[in-house]
Design a protein around this ligand. Structure first.
Ligand SMILES: Nc1ncnc2c1ncn2[C@@H]1O[C@H](COP(=O)(O)OP(=O)(O)OP(=O)(O)O)[C@@H](O)[C@H]1O
Ligand SMILES: [Mg+2]
Length: 593
């Protein structure tokens, strides 16, 4: 095993032990008991064999005499009935311990898997937006599902390996009591096997890495094809994705078969080796050491059971090694998220009320820190409270990026954003976001009912508040016409609704929050002119109540703004009061400072 892999393995074992020290210790203790009861069960066969006359006419062996003395000490007669009853009793205890331990191990595996999934998800929920948009969603899905499950499987194998190892130790101990030289001989043979099979562990690890890469491609392909399914179907390009998928699944299947080959080799070698060792062993025992027949039978029985255990240990070790790349990937992703986490939010945070203005002072931002083009360059503007400001400009001018900066999703590379004079950073970000109603450029609806989509933003909203929000978004009529009204399912991402209807539900959802700041990024671009006119009428009613930022290309949408800021290549190219604003120009200061 490479030093790196060894380090990762010990880190993994350490993490598991730190996570559930009591449960793991309890499981290990049960394993010791289980091993001991198995060992005692085997030892009990010795007097049994003696009692049925398998020790021949000669003197009883040393071990038989020792067992006889233990029986005397407990004042038990060494009769066939007592020995059989004890044997059954011991097997029953062993079965009980095994059953308890199997449930306990499953509990450890499941809770550990859950813990690493929860930890990663918590890190994900706290990660900065910049870090999240740099991570593929399919990679996150893979880490949370396939990788976490593989780590769970490795944990199961680790516990199994520990159990087998303890039982093997007890078997060796019993064997040592029967014959030290024969036991050492058998252990020497096992060591040779272990050395011979050692290179397979490295191959198991690299197979694990290749398998993980294959799974990454698989998740990526499925996620991209599902996202572009309509487009692919419309262009008749499904077959390309089908072929890609076929190639990837073949790669994954090949890796699985390769690993199965690597993983089954030890069993084969141990089985052949065990037959050779046992034959030689029998010969040496009878011809050289002249071991008593009942001891010989027990020792052969022990080693016949012991050798497969070593092959199982090797197999478990390979399965763990094979899953280590998944553990590494989970840790790496969690570390990346943690290193790029947002300042901790204090719960429950009190919503902010915007009293005066949002001010951006010399704000600069680019998507790749320190290099690349500026998406926003030296922007200094003021968005007065309770006014409507519009951002206009060509595609790629930086409107949505500037909106994301105002939402606190990105931090400016230089310059600052102030909310009522307070810098938008640290603990202020969360209460600020709680006070916002936002309709993004790409509308997103959950695969649930209209009601559930609305309640997501405001879980305690009353029926009246829901209908009022739908009314404001000019959506009341079409929702009432739906077969189940507000309880109509919208389909995945809202595909059962038209583009305009989706936007209207998203707008109603944002308005339902009773935000202090409403940000609409192309929020009505798909709504028809009648719908837009009704939304404008409703929004006009809100004029003076809340602060609004509208991003739009349509002149009809911009017309309702008090002031319009034109962006070009990330910079402010101009600012002027719009028609709506010019009517009250005295009360509305220019937004460009
Ligand atoms: N996630 C991203 N990573 C890197 N660059 C980005 C990213 N998002 C946007 N950009 C770049 O930032 C610039 C501004 O993009 P932005 O989305 O703000 O434009 P916009 O004015 O909203 O355009 P549109 O009207 O088309 O929505 C563009 O050059 C764009 O290519
Ligand atoms: Mg945009």
């Amino acid at each position: 095993m490479k030093p790196n892999n060894r380090k990762m393995l010990s880190h993994y074992v350490g993490t598991l032990f730190r996570y559930a020290p009591c449960r793991v210790t309890q499981s290990l203790t049960m394993m010791v008991f289980s091993g001991l009861t198995q060992g005692v069960g085997v030892v009990m066969l010795i007097p049994l064999l003696g009692l049925i006359g398998l020790n021949g006419a000669g003197e009883p062996s040393g071990l038989t005499r020792k067992i006889g003395r233990i029986f005397e000490w407990f004042r038990l007669d060494l009769t066939l009935v007592t020995v059989l009853c004890l044997y059954v009793g011991i097997v029953a205890v062993y079965a009980g311990i095994t059953q308890y331990q199997s449930v306990l191990n499953t509990e450890i595996v499941q809770r550990f898997t859950k813990a690493i999934q929860d930890r990663l998800y918590r890190a994900l929920c706290r990660a900065q937006w910049r870090c999240l948009i740099g991570t593929k969603s399919s990679q996150i899905t893979q880490a949370l599902t396939s990788d976490a499950q593989r780590v769970g499987f490795a944990t199961q194998q680790l516990l199994q390996l520990s159990g087998i190892f303890i039982v093997a130790c007890v078997h060796v101990w019993v064997a040592l009591m029967i014959s030290i030289p024969m036991t050492l001989f058998a252990l020497a043979c096992v060591s040779v096997f272990l050395l011979l099979l050692h290179p397979l562990n490295r191959r198991a690890h690299s197979a694990g890495e290749t398998l993980r890469d294959g799974m990454t491609k698989l998740y990526g392909e499925v996620s991209e094809h599902l996202g572009a399914m309509k487009l692919a179907r419309s262009h008749g390009l499904d077959s390309i994705h089908e072929e890609n998928f076929r190639v990837i699944t073949k790669g994954v299947a090949d890796q699985m078969v390769l690993f199965s080959r690597i993983n089954s080799t030890p069993r084969m070698i141990y089985e052949i080796g065990a037959a050779v060792v046992l034959a030689g062993f029998f010969y040496v025992a009878v011809e050289i050491f002249q071991i008593a027949p009942e001891s010989l039978l027990i020792i052969v029985f022990l080693f016949a059971r012991l050798l497969p255990k070593f092959s199982s240990i090797q197999q478990c070790a390979q399965r763990i090694t094979n899953a280590l790349p998944s553990f590494q990937a989970l840790l790496d992703m969690e570390r990346t998220f943690m290193e790029n986490s947002e300042p901790a939010a204090s719960y429950p945070a009190k919503n902010l009320v915007l009293e005066n203005y949002i001010r951006l002072s010399n704000v600069c931002f680019r998507y790749t820190k320190s290099i690349g083009a500026w998406a926003v360059k030296d922007v200094s503007i003021v968005l007065p409270a309770r006014k409507i400001t519009a951002f206009v400009g060509h595609s790629g001018a930086g409107k949505s990026t500037l909106a994301d900066l105002i939402l606190g999703l990105f931090a400016p590379e230089s310059g600052e954003i102030f909310i009522d004079g307070q810098p938008l950073k640290g603990a202020r970000i969360h209460p600020w976001r709680q006070s916002i109603g936002y309709v993004p450029q790409e509308t997103f609806l959950f695969n649930d009912t209209i009601r559930a989509n609305l309640l997501w933003a405001m879980p305690r909203a009353t029926e009246k508040e829901l209908w009022d929000a739908l009314e404001l978004a000019a959506a009341r009529d079409f929702v009432s016409r739906q077969p189940k009204g507000m309880d109509t399912p919208v389909g995945e991402r809202g595909t059962r609704l038209s583009g305009g209807e989706r936007q209207q539900i998203a707008l109603a959802r944002a308005l339902l929050r009773r935000p202090t700041f409403l940000l609409l990024d192309e929020a009505t671009s798909s709504v028809d002119s009648e719908g837009e006119r009704r939304i404008q009428k409703a929004v006009n009613k809100l004029r003076g109540e809340l602060t609004m930022l509208i991003i739009a290309h349509r002149s009809a949408t911009i017309r309702m703004a008090d002031s319009v800021i034109t962006l070009s290549a990330g910079e402010v190219a101009g600012a002027e009061p719009s028609q709506a604003g010019s009517a009250k120009a005295k009360r509305c200061p220019p937004s460009y400072v």
